[in-house]
Design a protein around this ligand. Structure first.
Ligand code: PGA
Length: 262
């Protein structure tokens, strides 16, 4: 079990129409009240953010309690505004009610060619906009089988966090997502995940000091489901989950969050 407050985030990816987004957000917020010891985040497609924000507020309001579920973007550009057709700035996400933004997801690294340098620029822009970045790193199957996991993950962490001071490192959430486990149903074993989480924490210690490293929350992501979450949550350096497919079902998402609540 982690010594930090767990954070469980749902990455909805490019799924759901407006009605589905509204229904899912309402169901997550309504069922979240019993999970007081875990930070909960949902990251809908950008086009649904405003609607989901209203829905979360309303769902909490009808129960007469503060909102439990925070909102996050799935990506952001590295500038506040300008001629960047099709992009969304971190300021726009914040203005739409987001507190978090996922950056450097492997789908964006692979499909959109995002390098560590791109992630680094986005990270700095997101911090400047007051958002908490959820920075994703993780090796491919080929890299793992070649025994290169530590080298690849360390390189991504160093590259993505380049130039950040200890205070800024302390504001991040890191998500370790082995690419071979994303959407495949093939979850890393708790020991495999713990080993990489410990490596990342050690590296954060050398970059930003042991005190900061001890505070930063490191999520595991990649085929997290209600039936494997408890074993992952039992590990000392796994401080939550970044959940893709299973976050599209409110009951499943909250079952994962409950596993981290202990
Ligand atoms: P998955 O996705 O849970 O569907 O494997 C995780 C992610 O991509 O963040």
């Amino acid at each position: 079990m982690s010594a930090r407050r767990p954070i469980v985030a749902g990455n909805w990816k490019m799924n759901g129409d407006r009605a589905a987004a509204r229904a899912l957000a309402t169901a997550v917020e309504k069922s979240s009240s019993g999970i007081a010891t875990v930070d909960l985040v949902i990251c809908p497609p950008a086009v649904h953010l405003t609607e989901v924000e209203g829905q979360l507020r309303e769902a909490a309001g009808t129960e007469g309690r503060p909102q439990r579920v925070a909102l996050g973007g799935q990506n952001a550009w590295d500038k506040p505004a300008g001629a960047f057709t099709g992009e969304v700035s971190p300021q726009m996400l914040a203005d739409s009610g987001c507190r978090y933004v996922i950056l450097g997801h492997s789908e964006r690294r692979t499909l959109c060619g995002e390098t560590d340098a791109v992630v680094n620029a986005k990270l700095k822009a997101a911090l400047a906009a007051g958002l908490t970045p959820i920075v994703c790193v993780g090796e491919t199957l080929t890299e793992r089988e070649a025994g290169r996991t530590d080298e690849v993950v360390s390189g991504q962490v160093r590259g993505s966090l380049a130039g950040l001071g200890a205070d800024d490192v302390g504001r991040l959430v890191i998500a370790y997502e082995p690419v071979w486990a994303i959407g495949t149903g093939r979850v890393a074993t708790p020991d495999q995940a713990q080993a990489v989480h410990a490596l990342i924490r050690g590296l954060l210690g050398s970059l930003a000091g042991a005190g900061t490293a001890a505070k930063v929350r490191i999520q595991y992501g990649g085929s997290v489901k209600p039936d494997n979450a408890a074993d992952l949550a039992a590990q000392p350096d796994i401080d939550g989950a970044l959940v893709g497919g299973a976050s599209l079902d409110a009951a499943g998402f909250l079952a994962i969050a409950r596993a981290f609540a202990g």
